[in-house]
Design a protein around this ligand. Structure first.
Ligand code: GDP
Ligand code: MG
Length: 386
């Protein structure tokens, strides 16, 4: 496999690993995910003031409070693992509606805020509720919505009770009696004042503590539903990842098989060439040992042998020298061809680089395959548990 192909596979594997990390992060966040609470309602109903009380900001400096319309965009604040979202008033303009709808998409719970001093819900509020509730599904919407009637400090208890009852009737007549509408009447300013001036009775009569309890209860009831929403999110990510992993595993196993086959062929060829070289080397060495004969010839010359015998020995020696030359040439040719084909010099090297590279590539493939198997087993585990 060329470096390019290997790099391609490694790149691909990194991509899959990062998908996997995303998935793990999502899975790990399951139990601790932030719970978002979105305040909905017409502007000037007390949404921002109420959210400030829920985060114990009695000076109302976090969520902007005003008699004129202030909020143009969602304002988000995190407190005790809750994500509080303030939305612009529903009736301001189409832009605001769009923002409010956007907030709905990331809401776990809604506080529909209505000022009790204006009496029951008006037709605009009912219209918005219809739009929201139908979009999410009535049951799910009303399970996750608390109707908060604010400003009770400016009403008598009788008035308050009567509006609470009226609002419940309104909801029943518009959306049916099947849902358990959660309605609570509170006063945010009374709660703030009670806290700032340490007046227990104000705090008590603000009913913010009751609202907090109701929020906790509602959250608990929503928990199984939230888990299943998250499980769905995970499942959506799992499927494509699994497909990628399987396809990658197939590709890389094919590549590995290809490389193994190549290794076998190259090794065979290399071994054959190396044997040939070694045989030739031995031959050259053997002929080399005949050089002793030349020493013998020198002796002949010195010892004054007869001329015929001397000539005979001399030509024999030339033959030997020729053979040595020829053998050395053949040996060198073999060496050159091994260098060219395998980048291997048999006179100095021990390992064949080409075979080494193939072995390394096969190791890399194996490594990626085993990582891939591990990811797949975690993915299957996640799939089984969500
Ligand atoms: N007395 C009283 N006034 C409130 C209460 N909630 C809000 N307000 C006042 O109503 C006005 C609008 O409140 P705000 O929170 O800005 O409403 P939003 O437009 O719905 O966010 C401000 O003047 C607040 O002080 C409440 O519970 N009691
Ligand atoms: Mg506001």
């Amino acid at each position: 496999m060329s470096d390019n192909v290997l790099a391609h596979f490694q790149h691909k594997f990194e991509h899959i690993s990062s998908l996997f990390d995303e998935l793990k992060e999502l899975a790990d966040s399951l139990p601790s995910d932030r719970f978002s609470i979105v305040a909905l309602g017409i502007y000037n109903q007390g949404k921002s003031t109420l959210l400030n009380q829920l985060i114990s900001d009695f000076h109302n400096s976090t969520f902007k409070v005003s008699d004129i319309r202030q909020t143009r965009e969602d304002q988000v604040f995190c407190h005790n693992n809750y994500l509080f979202v303030d939305t612009p008033g529903l009736n301001a303009d189409a832009y605001d509606d769009a923002v409010a709808v956007h907030a709905q998409q990331r809401a776990n719970m809604y506080l529909f805020v209505h000022k009790i001093t204006t009496g029951e819900l008006n037709s605009q509020e009912i219209g918005f509720l219809e739009q929201f509730a139908n979009k999410q599904g009535l049951a799910s919407f009303f399970d996750s919505t608390i109707f908060v009637l604010t400003n009770i400090a400016n009403c008598s208890d009788e008035q308050t009770n009567s509006v609470v009852i009226k609002v419940k009737e309104q909801l029943r007549s518009h959306f049916g009696a099947a849902y358990n509408y959660k309605i609570i009447a509170v006063d945010s300013l009374r709660y703030a004042q009670g806290n700032l001036e340490h007046k227990e009775l104000f705090i008590k009569k603000s009913f913010i503590a009751e609202l907090k309890t109701l929020i906790e209860q509602t959250k608990k009831q929503l928990q199984p539903q939230l888990q299943s929403i998250k499980a769905e999110k995970i499942a959506q990510k799992l499927q494509p990842l699994k497909e990628e992993l399987y396809s990658f595993r197939d590709q890389i196993s094919q590549e590995k098989a290809k490389q193994e086959h190549l290794l076998e062929t190259v090794t065979k060829k290399f071994q054959a060439k190396l044997e040939q070289y070694q045989e030739q080397e031995e031959l050259t060495y053997n002929v080399d040992s005949l050089l002793d004969d030349i020493a013998f010839l020198t002796d002949l010359q010195n010892n004054d042998y007869d001329e015929i015998e001397y000539e005979h020995q001399r030509s024999h020696c030339y033959d030997i020298c020729d053979r040595i030359d020829r053998n050395e040439q053949v040996l060198e040719q073999l060496r050159q061809s091994m260098m060219a084909e395998f980048d291997f010099d048999p006179s100095v090297d021990f390992e064949c680089p080409k075979i080494e590279i193939l072995n390394e590539t096969i190791d890399s493939c194996e490594h990626m395959l085993s990582n891939c198997e591990q990811l797949l087993s975690i993915v299957s585990h996640l799939e089984a548990t969500t």
